[in-house]
Design a binder for this molecule. Structure first.
Ligand code: AMP
Ligand code: MG
Length: 413
């Protein structure tokens, strides 16, 4: 087995460059299909509905009193003030068992079922009770204060459509119609593997020449933020055997594998080797900066997205390539929105590849303005938490302040 990129043939060095759009197409072609699952409604916050939700009954399902007050018959609704006999009390949740007779009234509460024969509910404020228990209705009411059956939804109305992102309101709507479960798209199972002999874990003491693994936790948070289920997050040294063993194991556990590091053409870039040897390389060179060696391949039927180890490139690569994949698998097919903003400053570092820079934007008197946040170096990690957008500097271009550039606001999708 080939161990080093510099050994023998140069197949690891000669890479076909493709565009970001082509890379996304290749990923979409092999991305796992959306899977649906039945879930308890109260556990579906943030999931996407995989079915239409249809009203099984009208809403309200019965004539509903809008106020606390007294129900009267149509024939008594004249010659105010009137004195009526109190026949019964109807609190919310109960039902009058007998039929209301002329000259009788019921005391009824907000939300209670109004008997069919009752024409109006007179608000409590317009009544008073006499010592003998009779009720005086001082004045009539223009409104009947009764919400008719089906006023908000007829039976069979579409309450929520397939593809809806379930928020608190959607949960309440399904609950109001008695749904215990609903069909949603499953959260993809994602395994995250950071590779690099230089990587330390938080519990480790600092060691000369080594660095703490920050991409692992970065990717874990990004996957979670995008609804993925992290089934593994770990790190390994640069060693082809450990890598292949790990990939074998993770391919069984996860729907998608996300790695960082080892994709360049250096001597210890074993992800690049594994990608080639998988026989199902999708790409290993993108016409973009940062992260041009970003690689994708299929390993034991599982898609592996291998991001660069440089923190800035890893962060950018996640958003540009992986975020929409994760979101699509969960039923979110929203298109990425590109907006145009004026660049606040010059950017005069032409490159043969398009640059996707980390930025922030603000609203000014003359419109939205975007600027670089922190360093543009792919090794920089101090600006990831400040990034609110990406903006593009097209290849072979020098841009001056005030030039309109394409911007993708975060969340990217
Ligand atoms: P590589 O892509 O493996 O060539 O790594 C490129 C650069 O990113 C090197 O300086 C690595 O030390 C650094 N790097 C690799 N993996 C990580 C990681 N998990 N966290 C932070 N930096 C990393
Ligand atoms: Mg490395």
């Amino acid at each position: 087995m080939k161990k080093y990129a510099s050994e023998g043939e140069d197949m690891y060095l000669n890479r076909d460059v493709i565009t970001l759009a082509q890379a996304k197409e290749r990923l979409a072609a092999v991305a796992p299909k959306k899977i649906t699952q039945e879930k308890q409604v109260e556990e579906t916050l943030g999931y996407i509905l995989a079915q239409d939700i249809i009203a099984p009954f009208p809403q309200p399902a019965f004539r509903r009193s809008g106020y606390d007050g007294y129900g009267i018959l149509a024939e008594d609704d004249r010659d105010y003030p009137i004195t009526l006999t109190l026949a019964a009390e109807v609190p919310a949740g109960s039902e009058l068992k007998k039929k209301l007779q002329p000259k009788e009234t019921i005391r009824i509460m907000t939300g209670a079922k109004v008997p069919d024969e009752v024409a109006k509910v007179i608000m409590l404020e317009n009544t008073h009770m006499l010592a003998d228990g009779k009720v005086v209705i001082k004045a009539g009411s223009r409104n009947d204060n009764i919400t008719p059956i089906g006023e908000e939804f007829e039976k069979g109305a579409v309450l929520l459509t397939k593809g809806t992102l379930i928020n608190a309101g959607a949960i309440s709507l399904m609950s109001a119609f008695g749904f215990a479960t609903c069909l949603v798209y499953k959260r993809p199972k994602v395994a995250i593997l950071a590779t690099g002999t230089e990587l330390l874990q938080p519990k480790d003491a600092p060691v000369a020449g080594k660095i703490y693994n920050s991409n692992g936790p970065l990717l874990e948070a990004l996957v979670k933020e995008n609804g993925g289920k992290v089934v593994y997050c770990g790190q390994i040294a640069d060693d082809i055997k450990s890598l292949e063993e790990k990939l074998d194991d993770l391919a069984k556990k996860a729907d998608l594998i996300l790695t960082t590091g080892g994709v360049s053409v250096g001597d210890f870039d074993f992800l690049a080797v594994a990608a080639k040897e998988s026989g199902q390389l999708l790409f290993n060179k993108l016409a973009m900066r940062p992260g041009s060696p970003t690689t994708a391949f299929v390993y034991e039927k599982t898609l592996v997205m291998a991001l660069s180890g440089n923190p800035g490139a890893c962060f950018t690569g996640f958003y540009l390539l992986f975020e929409s994949l994760l979101q699509n698998m969960q039923g979110n097919s929203t298109e990425i929105k590109i907006t145009k903003m004026k660049l606040a400053h010059d950017y005069q570092k032409p490159n043969s590849f398009d640059r996707y820079l980390r930025g922030t934007w603000e609203e000014t008197a003359t419109g939205k303005v975007v600027s670089l946040v922190g360093s543009d170096q792919s090794s920089a990690l101090g600006n990831l938490h400040l990034t609110t957008c990406f903006f593009k500097i097209p290849h072979d271009t020098v841009v001056t302040a005030g030039t309109e550039v394409e911007v993708w606001c975060l969340p990217y999708k």
